[in-house]
Structures are given as structure tokens and as C-alpha cells.
Design a protein around this ligand. Structure first.
Ligand code: NAD
Length: 470
């Protein structure tokens, strides 16, 4: 948790409420100076061969491995992620870096798409090359700072851009550590420059004439950003929130296994994942068995000090979210929901909210319609696939959706009718570097990951080349 006051950013441990560090936040003048330096340095970075840029990123990967434990501890201290999950994130980011390193040459490869030579006296060639956008702003979220950050700055750097990287104010120490390791790996300081602070630092960054804005965060901030840069005709990508649904069909077979997987998908990272399972619809024939198994699973989760190996649920990163969750529980209970466990903050220090399971829920309740971003879930019975599809689509978001069912054909038929960027059959809360990551509606626009998520940091140039007549 963090607090900004007169350009000082306080880093507060969400498990204890104690200030662990104070950082100088950027202001308009320092952001401007960083932008000017990035703009001046970027043309030379473009001329550095891809092989050398890749070498620097490879060294960065090695440094992440070398310093993994201290980086995991930093992440746990400033955002409360249980340390085992912080280590998992640091391991997981390596595969993403490997993917970008492997695919960047293909994404940047110039291509001759037409060549008419032959006997004619003026042979014509058509070619496509890929140029960097220039100087891009990367405004990032705190919940997976290694994942959401590297989805942007790694391909942006590999493709020859300069990046002004604003980590979230709730993961600023991690952002500074990332910048330091990139610099130590050979990325010039002006080519990857951290911008420190909260909303005002982000707003100052947006006042610079950057060539692209790559944002990860909430719909509310994403909308503000889209408004701010509208009219500039620059690339804007917004990776926003979700209210991700899963439907469990009656033929799933092993109900307990599905319940365990979905409980983990809902509560991992203390429910603070953009692709956390946020609502579950269960066929009425297996509903009772599913709820029993789900509840057993959740009651076994260890909530506590995020530094402990065995902790599964840590504190919420932002204290303000405690009131949002309390509000969702109160609203649901007032409208007839039953609380099976949790529903309140834990007494004592830290931003702890007890893992919460609600049943007898419906779509008049905020908990089934608005992003919770915490350890809370509503489970609702449905009579058939059509009802499940209608409820899954009853949201302005569209990030991920899943179906647990025996038949792949049935699951794919259901998922094809649900608006979402990612579709899961018998799995959930999963991101792959090989697949595009994107959302519909309030979940955003543009994409990261996959080869397209590298190309998105480039501008294609069309070459029409006609040899002179002899
Ligand atoms: P947020 O919108 O509060 O903040 C995101 C970033 O925007 C931060 O760096 C913040 O300092 C900055 N910011 C705030 N106001 C700004 C302004 N006026 N101008 C410029 N920058 C500004 O979101 P958050 O709390 O950091 O992250 C949680 C949200 O992010 C959730 O909704 C979650 O679902 C979403 N998220 C989405 C994805 C995805 O891939 N779709 C991934 C992770 C998180």
C-alpha cells in the first residue's frame, strides 16, 4: 500500500501497515526531462542490431534468476503477495522472455510480398518492413508487476522503442529493481526509464508527445487515459479489468476436482488477478455437491503472513479495497444472498479480508456484476447451457470465460457464444505467452503476448520499388 504526499511516495507493507521506504516521486518537470532524453536516444537504439538488443534481454533474464529470492521478498513486502506466489511469478516470467526472444526475429523480418521482374524493363518489388513506434509510455498495474510489465517493455525494447515505464505506486520498489537490472544488462538508461509515482506521475507522462500508450489497470483509469490521448492519433492499448465467469456442466464427472481448480482460480494472488474467476455458474444437478467441495477447499486455505511458505491468502494490496468488498457482501446479503464463509476483514493489523463464498446470489447484486478483485466469489445454479451463456454475457467486461464439461465440442460451442478474449476448457486463471491476451468491452482494447503482441510495438512500412527504365 502507498500514499503520495508532496512528491514523496511512501511504500507501506500491506501486511503490517508499516512504512518500509520513501521514494522521491516524479513531477511534471522530471517526467519532461526523462521524455526528452528518451526521445533523443531512441533513434540510435533502433540502429543497434536485434542480436545485441536480444543479448541485453538475455542478460536481464539471467539476473532475474540470480536475484530471484531478493526480488520475491521485495514483491511480498510491498504488495503482500504470498512469497511462494511471488517466486512463481518470477519463474513464470522467464518463459515469457524466452518466447519474446525466440519470436522477435520473425516479427521483425522484412518481407517481399510481390516481385515482378521477368523480361519487363521496369521490375517492381513490394516489400514490408517493421519500424519501432518510437517512444512509448508503459503505465502498469501492481498485481503481477513482472508479468504485466514484461508483456510491454520486453517486446517494446526488442523492437527498438524507448520505454518510459511507470510501475504502479503499489509496486514501485519492484519497478525500480526491474529498471536497475535492465540497465545492468546493457539497456541504456534513457531507453528504459522508470517514472515513479501515482496518478499524477501517470498524468504527467501522458502530457508528453509519446508515440504509444500501453496501459494495464482498471476500466475507470483506462477510460480517462483513452479520453486524454484521443485526437493524438497514437497507438493506445488498454488492458483492463474483468468479471470472469466459469460454467460447470453436469457431466463434468469429478466435481471435487473442478471445485478445487476453480477455488484456486478464484483465490490465487488473494483474488487480485485480472483473470481471477469472479463468478461461477453450476448446473443445478451438481450444484449442491460442487458448493460443498468448493467450501471445503476454501476453508482449508491458510490466511496470514505473506512471508510464510504455507500462506495462500495474504493481505489485500490496497487498503481501500477492503471497503469495496465489505460493500459487495452487504449488498448481496441485503438482497438475499447467504454467506457460507468469510465476509469480513480480519481483526488486527494489515489489509486482511477473509476468503468469502456467497450463494443464493443473482445479477441484481454487485458481487455478480462488478469486479471484486479480492478473495470473494458468488456461486449460482443454472438450469441449462442457454441460461449459463446468458448470465456469462451479462456484463460489460469480456476478458476470459471458462467451461468445465466432459465434451470439448459442447464446451467450445458454449464458449463461442460468450464474449471474451480468452476461452478456457477445464482450466482457468491461465495466461500463455504464445496466445494473444486481449479483452472485449470494458476489458480493454489492443493485445499483448503472441507474435501479434510483438508486432504491436512496430509500425509496418510499405515499400513500392520500381527499378528505373534502362
Ligand atoms: P489503476 O487503474 O488504479 O492503476 C493503474 C496504473 O495507472 C497505475 O500505475 C496508476 O498509478 C496509473 N494511473 C492512475 N491514474 C492515472 C491517470 N489519471 N493518468 C495516468 N495514469 C494513472 O489499476 P490498478 O489498481 O493498478 O490495477 C488493478 C486493475 O488492473 C484491475 O481492474 C485489474 O483487473 C486490472 N488488470 C488488468 C490486466 C489485464 O491484462 N487485462 C492485468 C492486470 C491488472
Amino acid at each position: 500500500m502507498t500514499k503520495t504526499a508532496t512528491a514523496v511516495l511512501e511504500i507501506i507493507n500491506p501486511a503490517t501497515g508499516r512504512v518500509v521506504d520513501r521514494l522521491q516521486a516524479d513531477d511534471s518537470a522530471s517526467v519532461r526531462a526523462k521524455y526528452v532524453a528518451a526521445r533523443a536516444a531512441q533513434p540510435e537504439w533502433t540502429t543497434v542490431p536485434l542480436r545485441e538488443r536480444s543479448e541485453a534481454i538475455r542478460r536481464f533474464r539471467e539476473k532475474l534468476v540470480e536475484h530471484a529470492e531478493e526480488l520475491a521478498q521485495t514483491l511480498t513486502t510491498e504488495m503482500g503477495k504470498p512469497v511462494a506466489q511471488a517466486r512463481n511469478e518470477l519463474k513464470g516470467v522467464l518463459g515469457r522472455i524466452d518466447f519474446f526472444l525466440e519470436e522477435a526475429p520473425r516479427a521483425l523480418q522484412a518481407e517481399v510480398v510481390f516481385s515482378e521482374g521477368g523480361e519487363g524493363d521496369c521490375p517492381l518489388t513490394e516489400r514490408i518492413t517493421h519500424e519501432p513506434l518510437g517512444v512509448v509510455a508503459n503505465i502498469s498495474a501492481w498485481n503481477y508487476p513482472y508479468f504485466v510489465g514484461s508483456n510491454v517493455f520486453i517486446p517494446a525494447l526488442l523492437t527498438g522503442n524507448a520505454v518510459l515505464y511507470k510501475p504502479s505506486e503499489f509496486a514501485a520498489l519492484t519497478g525500480l529493481a526491474i529498471a536497475r537490472l535492465l540497465h545492468d544488462s546493457g539497456i541504456p538508461r534513457e531507453i528504459l526509464t522508470p517514472v515513479i509515482g501515482g496518478g499524477p506521475a501517470g498524468a504527467a507522462l501522458l502530457r508528453q508527445p509519446v508515440d504509444g500508450v500501453f496501459f494495464t489497470g482498471s476500466y475507470a483509469t483506462g477510460k480517462k487515459i483513452a479520453r486524454t490521448v484521443a485526437g493524438r492519433m497514437i497507438k493506445v492499448q488498454l488492458e483492463l479489468g474483468g468479471k470472469d465467469p466459469t460454467y460447470v456442466a453436469e457431466d463434468i464427472g469429478d466435481v471435487a476436482r473442478a471445485a478445487a481448480a476453480l477455488a484456486e482460480g478464484a483465490f490465487y494472488n488473494t483474488g487480485q488477478s485480472c483473470c481471477s474467476v469472479e463468478r461461477i455458474y453450476v448446473h443445478e444437478r451438481i450444484y449442491a455437491a460442487f458448493v460443498d467441495a468448493f467450501l471445503r477447499e476454501v476453508k482449508a486455505y491458510r490466511i496470514g503472513d505473506p512471508r510464510d511458505e504455507g500462506t495462500f491468502i495474504g493481505p489485500l494490496t490496497r487498503a481501500a479495497q477492503l471497503a469495496v468488498l465489505e460493500g459487495q457482501v452487504a449488498d448481496a446479503v441485503r438482497k438475499g444472498a447467504r454467506l457460507l464463509c468469510g465476509g469480513k476483514r480480519r481483526k488486527g493489523r494489515g489489509n486482511y479480508f477473509e476468503p468469502t463464498v456467497l450463494v443464493d446470489v443473482n445479477h441484481r447484486m454487485a458481487v455478480m456484476r462488478e469486479e471484486s478483485f479480492g478473495p470473494i466469489i458468488g456461486i449460482m445454479p443454472v438450469t441449462d447451457d442457454d441460461e449459463a451463456v446468458a448470465l456469462m454475457n451479462d456484463t460489460p467486461y469480456g476478458l476470459t470465460a471458462g467451461v468445465y464439461a466432459r465434451s470439448q465440442k459442447r464446451a467450445e460451442a458454449i464458449l463461442a457464444r460468450v464474449r471474451s478474449g480468452s476461452s478456457y476448457w477445464n482450466c482457468c486463471d491461465r495466461v500463455s505467452p504464445r496466445l494473444p491476451w486481449s479483452g472485449h468491452g470494458h476489458s480493454g482494447m489492443g493485445l499483448t503476448l503472441s507474435r501479434a503482441g510483438i508486432s504491436t510495438f512496430t509500425r509496418p512500412r510499405a515499400w513500392h520499388l520500381k527499378a528505373p527504365a534502362l
